[in-house]
Design a protein around this ligand. Structure first.
Ligand code: SAH
Length: 245
């Protein structure tokens, strides 16, 4: 998969993708990450890419021509996505869908954002990573890059770890424990030491349901629940059940 980020700060992206899971995938050639420096498409001798907003007001706006040229320089892309706080919220389902694409181009804004005509005519989608305003799209692009690339087959060592993760079936994931079994007066739940895989799976599912019901009840609407689980939720026995069993 080819992942391209158009930005005024390519080094922010290039440095991130040298590390960890994404860095290993890039080194192995499973995914390719490229950056395009929007400033290199400046049309004036001062290399500026921003100008004052029509209609007045504070701040500067990224001019359309350098951004359009940056987008065009990437060539044909499966998907071109603008990062903006006024976009729809990026979700795990997007990461899953986009991990199947051949190529994706993310366009990062700075200042007050990018001239609207880019959003109108040059991108397929506009997404936000959350309800807050960042000073640039690069952190958002890295969030999307990381969440997406780790789902590309071969990027994570253990493909199974993706399956039970938070959001993958609209539930938050169950808690994790490692050694030591007793630590500072706190014991690991007994069932996890039992070696009984059926019971462990049941416990993990219950914990995932309890957590989701307590912290993100909105997610339950989309979750695939058994009839028994729905009934448990309806009479609150999941939420109010014993914390550790
Ligand atoms: N004036 C704009 C904010 C611009 S912030 C507004 O009020 O909507 C500058 C750039 O940071 C944006 O162009 C966008 O690329 C990026 N950015 C800021 N917050 C973001 C968010 N929550 N999600 C994705 N990108 C964001």
């Amino acid at each position: 998969m080819r992942f391209v980020v158009a930005t005024l700060f390519p080094e922010l992206v290039n440095n991130y993708v040298k590390q960890g899971v994404v860095g290993r995938a890039v080194n192995k050639g499973i995914v390719g990450v490229e950056t395009i420096d929007i400033r290199s498409f400046s049309t004036n001798k001062h290399r500026t890419v921003d100008d004052i907003p029509f209609g007045g007001g504070a701040g500067m706006v990224l001019m359309p021509e350098p951004v359009a040229q940056a987008i065009e320089s990437a060539g044909t892309m499966s998907r071109t996505v603008l990062l903006t706080p006024s976009g729809r919220q990026f979700r795990q389902a997007d990461a899953e869908a986009w991990s199947q694409l051949d190529s994706i181009l993310l366009v990062c804004g700075r200042y007050e954002g990018i001239d609207q005509r880019i959003r109108d005519d040059f991108v397929d989608d506009a997404i936000s990573i959350g309800d807050y305003v960042l000073s640039g799209g690069e952190l958002g692009a890295l969030v999307v890059l990381d969440a997406t690339l780790r789902l590309v087959p071969g990027v994570l060592g253990n493909a199974q770890s993706v399956q039970s993760e938070s959001y993958s079936d609209s539930l938050l994931e169950h808690p994790h424990y490692t050694r030591p079994a007793q630590w500072r007066g706190r014991d690991v739940p007994q069932v996890l030491l039992s070696g009984h895989h059926g019971k462990i799976a049941e416990w993990r599912r219950l914990k995932a349901l309890q957590r989701t019901a307590a912290l993100r009840p909105d997610l339950l609407k989309e979750a695939c629940l058994t009839r028994k689980e729905k009934a448990q939720l309806a009479n609150h026995s999941v939420v109010n059940g014993p914390e550790e069993t």
